[in-house]
Design a protein around this ligand. Structure first.
Ligand code: HEM
Length: 494
């Protein structure tokens, strides 16, 4: 009898609890919807889940966030509100606001967007690294230590690493240069990129170009898992075997990465203390510093590119010839190539941005940190009032496609970056801007140049016809296909 009574009350209390929680959620959502009702944007598909169909179409690879927001901005103007599930996100394409937000540290990165970098399936992954740290003071200290290691001056000393990795990439491609084998350039560039970072970063002695690398596979798996959790947060709790196995595999990969990093750091610290000569890499530099101081048609683009390649090849032949090891000065001598950095490579980043845009909060608020000293503030954008504590999306992808900022925005026109008037400020920012811009920008630019020069010194590439070429969102944007190419050696096919 007593058991029945307890059961009855347990059920009644559970129902009351459920009704109370649901009512709170409903009231909170109604208040949120009301708070933003003055802002333009597409109607919500669902009271609970907001503009779910937009998120679903990105998850199913039917579009990318960049393209989806491009369509929204075309329809609703420079300020667009969407609800990402329960969360209001205001996307903006006004250069004045972009400048204000990205160059002012009071607009912090929203911590909730970086949780998959911090930990995955309860396992610490990147932790509060430079990318994911949203506490400005902690981030600033961290960045001060790392900045010098990514300075051009220091990176030029690492040219031998870029030369070595890019050289072996060419050797690898040469083994496939029969003009018939379909070679995945996504995979090949992925190999050389991870290898160069691992070698320049911490002298990792592993051949990731010819050999299968468990280290590289582990990185790929963690990024894939991060994206899966973003799309399906319930994956973390899914009790089925397949999901449990996937979580276990991811955790194993995280252990491999973190254990390797820890082992290397410990060894390096020990070597430093014992007065041994440290290898020339970014880790050594950091250790030393830390000690002292606490819808675009791809095929058309390929046609446009042929003009660029011919000039580039001519220049590589005359300036570099067959020289095996490039010096930093050689790279500087490549006038067209240097120009290309501001033109062609910029143009490639312009069309194929790694990130469609960047998020910030309208005030110094993030779920992890509340900066008491700073009061939440509203933001005014082109006559629209954006409430305090709102997530902003500063969407360079959309701005790069707008006639008001770029002449013939969808034309592959490398010269546009030479004509300053054609590339207005605060519209194109592939490496973000302000204090949280990419620390690895020079690293990526030097490596890209060395890889390009080495590649076209020796090889010809021809796109395998009939591939569906496009972009997909995978935490960063990337090609949807493998970008298969036929390869021939230049001397033989010339
Ligand atoms: C073409 C290549 C690259 C592009 C387009 C790129 C782009 C970006 C962007 C847009 C951000 C800001 C992200 C945000 O606000 O959340 C960023 C941050 C960062 N990137 Fe890169 N990146 C590239 C290569 C690299 C490389 C090679 C490294 C390291 C070797 C690197 C290390 C970082 C780090 C540590 C941050 C965080 C900086 C901070 O918040 O202080 N990146 N990158």
């Amino acid at each position: 009898m007593l058991v029945l009574l307890i059961l009855k009350w347990a059920i009644i209390l559970s129902i009351i609890g459920l009704v109370a929680v649901s009512s709170v959620i409903i009231v909170k959502l109604m208040m949120a919807h009301n708070k933003y009702k003055h802002l333009p944007g597409p109607p919500r598909n669902s009271f609970l889940f907001g503009n779910l169909s937009l998120l679903q179409s990105v998850m199913k690879d039917e579009t990318t966030f960049g393209e989806a927001f491009f369509e929204l901005h075309k329809k609703y103007g420079p300020v667009v509100l969407i609800f990402a599930l329960h969360k209001a996100v205001v996307s903006m394409t006004d250069p004045a606001i972009i400048k204000e937000v990205l160059t002012n540290d009071k607009y912090v990165k929203p911590a909730e967007n970086y949780t998959v970098f911090v930990e995955l399936f309860g396992e610490r992954f990147g932790g509060y690294s430079l990318v994911s740290e949203t506490n400005h003071e902690k981030w600033a200290r961290h960045r001060r230590v790392l900045n010098p290691a990514f300075h051009r001056q220091y990176l030029r000393e690492l040219m031998y690493i870029f030369n070595d990795s890019a050289g072996r990439m060419v050797q690898y491609l040469t083994t496939k240069a029969d003009g018939k084998t379909e070679v995945s350039m996504v995979d090949t560039i992925g190999r050389v990129t991870v290898e160069a970072i691992a070698k320049a970063g911490f002298s990792m002695d592993e051949d990731m170009i010819f050999q299968k690398s468990t280290f590289r596979d582990a990185i790929a798996l963690c990024f894939e898992a991060g994206r899966k959790v973003n799309i399906d947060p319930l994956l973390q709790y899914n009790p089925f075997k397949e999901a449990r196995d996937y979580r276990a595999k991811t955790k194993e990969a995280i252990h491999l990465l973190r254990d390797t990093a820890e082992r290397m750091i410990r060894q390096r610290l020990k070597d430093q203390q014992e007065g041994k000569k440290l290898p020339k890499d970014i880790l050594s530099y950091i250790i030393k510093t830390a000690m002292v101081d606490e819808k675009f048609q791809m095929v058309e683009m390929v046609d446009d590119l042929s003009h660029f390649w011919s000039r580039l090849l001519e220049e590589i032949d005359t300036v570099i010839g067959d020289k095996e090891d490039l010096l930093y000065e050689d790279i500087a001598k490549l006038e067209y190539m240097m120009l290309c950095w501001h033109t062609v490579i910029n143009q490639v980043l312009y069309h194929f941005l790694m990130f469609a845009g960047f998020e910030r909060n309208t005030s110094a608020f993030s779920t992890r940190h509340w900066h008491r000293s700073k009061k939440p503030e509203e933001l005014q954008c082109l006559g629209h009032r954006v409430p305090a504590n709102t997530m902003l999306f500063l969407v360079t992808y959309v701005m790069c496609r707008q006639e008001q900022f770029f002449k013939d925005p969808l034309t592959f026109d490398p010269e546009r970056f030479r004509r300053d008037e054609d590339s207005p400020l605060y519209t194109y920012f592939p490496f973000s801007m302000g204090s949280r811009s990419c620390i690895g920008q020079h690293f990526a630019l030097i490596e890209a140049r060395v890889v390009l020069v080495k590649l076209f010194q020796k090889l010809n590439l021809k796109l395998v016809p009939g591939q569906k070429l496009g972009m997909v969102d995978r935490l960063t944007m990337r090609p949807s296909s493998q970008c298969l190419h036929y390869i021939t050696e230049r001397s033989k096919s010339a």
